[in-house]
Ligand binder design. Structure first.
Ligand code: FMN
Length: 387
């Protein structure tokens, strides 16, 4: 069955494998990362920077859905970073954002990004099920356990130490998965989470559950993802594809020890223009000459990255790194170069990439018109189904 009805029929079956494949045969999944936040992931002053408004998000999601983009991944951010632009100061809460977008699209997978310590697991599990029903099996969960201390203070919630955060996260995801799957009433008696007589209907679409991802960078965070998640976001090496391939392989081998399958993704920041010169110039214009350096300063301060703590050389490197997508892999070039680099990432074993653009809606049409067909010809993407 083709078209919309076919999509919905598939979604009703919604096996976990179908969900992980995002209901298509693209070898390399491409998603948009960070569009729910003002400025997205570009710490820049340029006037065309992303607004993060609802109308702009809705327009972007529909455009991405029609063009065959695979997923939308929001950032769970509660408080802006300040600076001249109050970087990421205006943010749409991610689960309600996902619900609105799932109701307005047909194919694309939409994630919610949830800080486990801030959400009661019963309410959270039910919200995810609601989103999953709205999206006919297209909701995904990005589970985060906490990053910025002052965000938690705003909720009156104390950040646990790093290990305990993931210990709590383990109970939280165990509880959520049980709420999704158990049909009889049950109690949950954890160290941190205690629930009595839990009953939750309906269940997620298709007798399975939403895909769960995590992006822990520490050994504990990575181990958590390997034990619990279907997708793991890691850093691509900036210098060596072989190194990236090795990182992917290590995660997959580790997952196999637990009898689990896990897809590995990275984050990228794309500047794609008709010529390399134009791409280089635009990148320089936005991310160097017109970076919001006062916001970068705030970001670095929060992470305690100063010349004193890391040394002058490393500080300068990190400073540039954070202006550009807060650390995503920069991919700057004409469509041939961008497509080549994306195909290389696929050949390194990566399942996909979450990308950001300075102005997502302005830049996406050129990317979809020029880069996606090249990726089809390279065999890492299929042709987007007709709307
Ligand atoms: C792709 C990606 C998405 C992330 N999304 C968020 C987010 O939305 N909110 C948040 O507080 N942290 C987010 N993080 C931070 C991670 O969840 C994690 O806390 C961070 O990478 C540090 O790793 P650790 O917790 O293992 O120390 C993200 C990281 C990556 C790479």
């Amino acid at each position: 069955m083709a078209g919309l009805e076919g999509d919905i029929m598939r979604a009703h079956k919604a096996s976990l494998r179908d969900r992980m494949a995002m209901y298509n045969a693209n070898t390399l999944k491409i998603g948009l990362f960070g569009a729910n936040c003002s400025s997205g992931r570009a710490v820049t002053l340029v006037p065309e920077r992303w607004s993060g408004s609802w109308p702009d998000n809705l327009q972007l999601a529909r455009m991405a859905d029609d063009a065959g983009i695979d997923f939308l991944l929001p950032i769970g951010r509660w408080k802006g970073y300040g600076g001249d632009t109050d970087y990421q100061g205006a943010t749409l809460e991610t689960v309600t954002w996902a619900c609105g977008l799932l109701a307005s699209t047909r194919r694309i997978t939409v994630f919610g990004t949830v800080h486990a310590p801030l959400f009661n697991p019963v309410i959270a599990a039910k919200e995810f099920v609601t989103a999953d029903h709205i999206g006919e099996g297209r909701f995904g969960l990005n589970l985060v356990v906490g990053w910025n201390e002052d965000e938690f203070e705003m909720f009156g919630v104390k950040q646990r130490d790093h290990e305990a955060r993931y210990e709590f996260g383990q109970e939280w995801i165990d509880a959520v998965k049980q709420i999704w799957s158990r049909h009889e009433d049950f109690d949950f008696d954890g160290k941190y989470i205690k629930l009595k007589g839990v009953r939750a209907k309906p269940k997620p679409i298709g007798g399975t559950r939403p895909i769960v991802m995590n992006a822990g960078a520490s050994p504990t965070g990575r181990a958590f993802a390997i034990r619990n998640c279907d997708a793991f976001f890691t850093q691509a090496s900036r210098t060596s594809l072989d190194e990236t391939a090795q990182r992917v392989q290590e995660v997959k081998v580790e997952a196999q020890k637990y009898g689990r399958e896990i897809d590995v993704y990275v984050v990228g920041v794309i500047t794609c223009k008709p010529t390399r010169k134009e791409a280089d110039e635009y990148y320089r214009h936005c991310i160097v000459e017109h970076a919001d350096w006062s916001a970068v300063h705030e970001i670095l301060q929060k992470k305690n990255i100063t010349p004193e703590t890391v040394g002058e050389h490393e500080f300068k490197r990190q400073r540039a790194h954070y202006a550009n997508g807060m650390g995503g892999l920069p991919i700057v070039g004409d469509p041939d170069l961008v497509a080549r680099q994306l195909a290389d990432l696929s050949s390194a074993g990566l399942r996909g990439i979450g990308v950001s653009l300075v102005n997502y809606a302005d830049e996406l049409p050129f990317f979809c018109d020029e880069v996606l067909p090249r990726l089809e010809r390279m065999g890492v993407r299929e042709k987007a189904a007709a709307a």
